[in-house]
Design a protein around this ligand. Structure first.
Ligand code: GLU
Ligand code: MG
Length: 458
């Protein structure tokens, strides 16, 4: 177990899963239920498991009745982590099971595990490292009691730092929170590789070391819980929403992807492959780019995800790749001179905090392997900001834009035989239903109004 608390000292266990709206939903088990957490788990309704939208609107699909039917959330105690040793508070991720004892066809964690296992059968091993961006606001909180009062949400929430971007000054403004967060993440077993203030007021980024894909996503979910707790304890509020403040800097959740085949880094530079990246690495880049239109709804999935995915946000809105290119959907990192064989990786930038990260990573990995299976050829790497090219130049270079909004992205996902093949119809239908409600309810509003709805949901 991560952190230092004895099993006997755990007084409460948070068992959480991430639903199709990208929201962490939870059951809390007291001490006497700990042993059965991983066998019997906790009852979860179809609604809380799979069918709520970001605003808790309840949806239905052909396979999933919102009112009738139950799931079990089975805790994976191999991922148990300490949230608060003194209080005896621990956390574990849940897999969603049907009552017949089999993994539920819409369980996102199981879907990712299946993709990872299939890749292993093809002798590929992946490592994933997240860059988690968030915005810290001054809170409507009673700091002494460490309690957030949701009724006191400000009309104009105020970021906790004022900049300049990436500055020492900005991090010092949020020093108490930032350093308590690092310590709490360490205790929870999610050590941070690097933290820095991002471009926008109140923005911080926490970068995590690469892990196997399931562990990486589990730890991302855990890190968000830890950061939310630490913010609350400091009288602050944290948002992982893609657009925390309309018109301001956006929050991404970029996915660094490493891959080896038979122990060799497929992205190693100067390998005998096209464009100075290994042959399988190039096929993976092509695979991910080829599938981006039909999978991008899984990489974000909020109305605001598409407000974020615009040129000049460094969110990778252009469907292309390039070495160190921050405006390309895939940024290729060669690694330091002489260390490329260990360090080279790709960064998939369109992902954000509104995604279900199990599904986002499943889509990325499956598209990468599919690129290898199809022997897909990567386009020429792009070495300039694509916005500086003319429309004709972009077209000649094969650079496309992503679907313009959530509605178009959901249509592409709904029609995607590839995504349905990877994730299954029960899952894709539930995902599309929850996100389609968001599009229909909020798609026509301006970003400021949507940000007010979404800010404190992530
Ligand atoms: N905040 C940007 C985003 O929404 C990313 C900035 C960066 O390159 O780290 O993805
Ligand atoms: Mg960043």
């Amino acid at each position: 177990m991560n952190g230092s608390v004895r099993f006997d000292d755990i007084r409460a266990l948070l068992v959480s899963h991430i639903d199709n709206a990208g929201i962490s939903r939870v059951k809390v088990l007291p001490h006497r239920r700990l042993l059965s957490a991983s066998t019997h788990g906790a009852t979860i309704s179809h609604s809380a498991g799979l069918l709520f939208s970001v605003d808790d609107h309840l949806n239905a699909t052909d396979a999933l009745d919102p009112v009738v039917g139950d799931l079990r959330g089975i805790a994976d105690l191999s991922a148990l982590a300490v949230l608060d040793a003194e209080a005896g508070l621990a956390w574990a991720p849940a897999d969603l099971y049907s009552l017949d004892g089999t993994a539920h066809p819409a369980c996102p964690r199981t879907a990712l595990r299946r993709v990872v296992d299939d890749a292993a059968d093809a002798r590929f091993e992946f490592r994933v490292g997240f860059e988690l961006e968030c915005t810290v606001f001054r809170g409507a909180t009673d700091a002494a009691a460490s309690v957030v009062d949701p009724r006191r949400t400000e009309a104009h929430p105020e970021p906790a730092t004022s900049g300049p971007g990436y500055s020492t000054r900005a991090v010092l403004e949020a020093e108490a929170f930032a350093f308590a967060a690092l310590a709490a993440l360490e205790v929870a077993g999610v050590p941070v590789d690097q933290m820095h203030p991002e471009f926008g007021p109140g923005q911080l980024e926490f970068a995590f070391a690469p892990r196997d894909p399931i562990t990486a996503v589990d730890q991302l979910a855990l890190a968000r819980i830890v950061l939310t707790r630490v913010a609350n304890a400091h009288g602050l509020r944290v948002s992982f929403a893609p657009v925390p403040i309309a018109g301001g800097a956006t929050n991404g959740c970029h996915v660094h992807l490493s891959a080896t085949r038979d122990g060799r880094n497929v992205f190693a530079p100067d390998a005998p492959g096209p464009h100075g990246v290994g042959a399988d690495g190039g096929r993976m880049i092509a695979g991910i780019l080829d599938r981006l239109d039909e999978t991008v709804a899984l990489l974000g999935g909020s109305v605001l995800s598409f407000t974020r995915l615009r040129p000049h946000t460094w969110a990778g809105a252009h469907v292309c790749w390039g070495p160190a290119n921050r405006e390309a959907a895939i940024r290729y990192l060669r690694g330091q001179a002489g260390h490329g064989a260990e360090q080279a990786n790709i960064e998939v930038k369109p992902t954000d905090g509104a995604a279900n990260p199990y599904l986002a990573v499943a889509a990325i990995l499956a598209a990468a392997v599919d690129g290898v299976v199809r022997d897909a050829a990567p386009p020429e790497p792009v070495t300039v900001d694509p916005s500086t090219l003319t429309v004709a130049e972009r077209r000649a270079a094969g650079i496309r834009s992503l679907p313009a909004d959530l509605g178009a992205a959901l249509q592409a996902l709904d029609a995607s035989a590839f995504s349905r093949g990877v994730l299954g119809d029960v899952l894709v239908d539930a995902y599309v239903a929850t996100r389609r409600h968001e599009w229909e309810a909020y798609g026509a509003l301006d970003a400021a109004a949507v940000a007010d709805v979404v800010r404190w949901r992530y």
